[in-house]
Design a protein around this ligand. Structure first.
Ligand SMILES: [Cu+2]
Length: 230
């Protein structure tokens, strides 16, 4: 029984480590300013969480070992039930931690929600089961969005039927496409390449096929598929 329990505990620890290792490389190098801000916030929260976990679990394990039931064990006649200093510390410390996380969150939000000047506006119209892109010059494209590298692009995302979600994993970008509403997001692709666009909100039987490609091309390598930036 003891051996089984030990093996289960070991397996649990290995699973936690494995899930962490799998999730980190999947995030890769930041490709947009919004993604970089999100990563900073993620690692800030991760670091704080790890410090708290080590301290709390360390204290717990130390207490379990030190105060375990031993031969000749008996409860002390007087047990201390209150310690104002200790209570102050365990109230103040979480407040400080939450304030640090709140500060980091507002900083990240300010970056992801504030598009720089001189942006190219592209309308993203979702419908079952395809993505349509409307460029500033009125030309449209289905399933393929082309933008120039290092160009600041503002997306106005909406839907014609049900709620969809415009998702590009590498950009840390996920924004709902809601009928009758325009949700905005901006990005600046900093690396040339092709990125997978996927609907991330279950929208019907064809949901799996609601995909597209974001093509980020080198400046001058091909004609710009849209008019001049407004
Ligand atoms: Cu969808």
């Amino acid at each position: 029984m003891d051996r089984l329990r030990r093996r289960a505990a070991l397996l649990g620890i290995l699973l936690i480590i494995a899930s962490f290792l799998v999730s980190v490389p999947a995030r890769g190098e930041p490709l947009t300013p919004g993604r970089a801000a999100q990563d900073q916030l993620f690692f800030l929260v991760l670091a704080l969480g790890l410090i708290i976990a080590v301290v709390v679990e360390g204290l717990l394990i130390a207490a379990v070992i030190r105060f375990r039931r031993r031969e000749g064990f008996h409860l002390p006649s007087r047990v201390k039930t209150h310690d104002p200093r200790l209570e102050f510390i365990w109230t103040a410390l979480p407040v400080v931690v939450i304030m640090i996380v709140a500060g980091g969150s507002f900083y990240a939000l300010q970056i992801t929600d504030t598009a720089p000047e001189g942006t190219v506006h592209i309308e993203v119209v979702a419908q079952r089961f395809l993505w349509e892109f409307i460029y500033p010059d009125g030309t449209t494209a289905q399933g393929l969005l082309r933008v120039q590298v290092n160009e600041v692009v503002r997306l106005n995302v909406t839907s014609l039927d049900v709620i969809h979600s415009y998702h590009i994993l590498e950009f840390g970008l996920k924004i709902d496409a809601v009928p009758g509403r325009i949700n905005q997001y901006w990005f600046k692709a900093e690396q040339v390449g092709e990125y997978h666009i996927q609907c991330a909100e279950y929208c019907g039987v064809g949901h799996y096929s609601m995909v597209g490609v974001l093509q980020v091309f080198e400046e001058g390598s091909q004609p710009v598929p849209y008019g001049p930036a407004p």
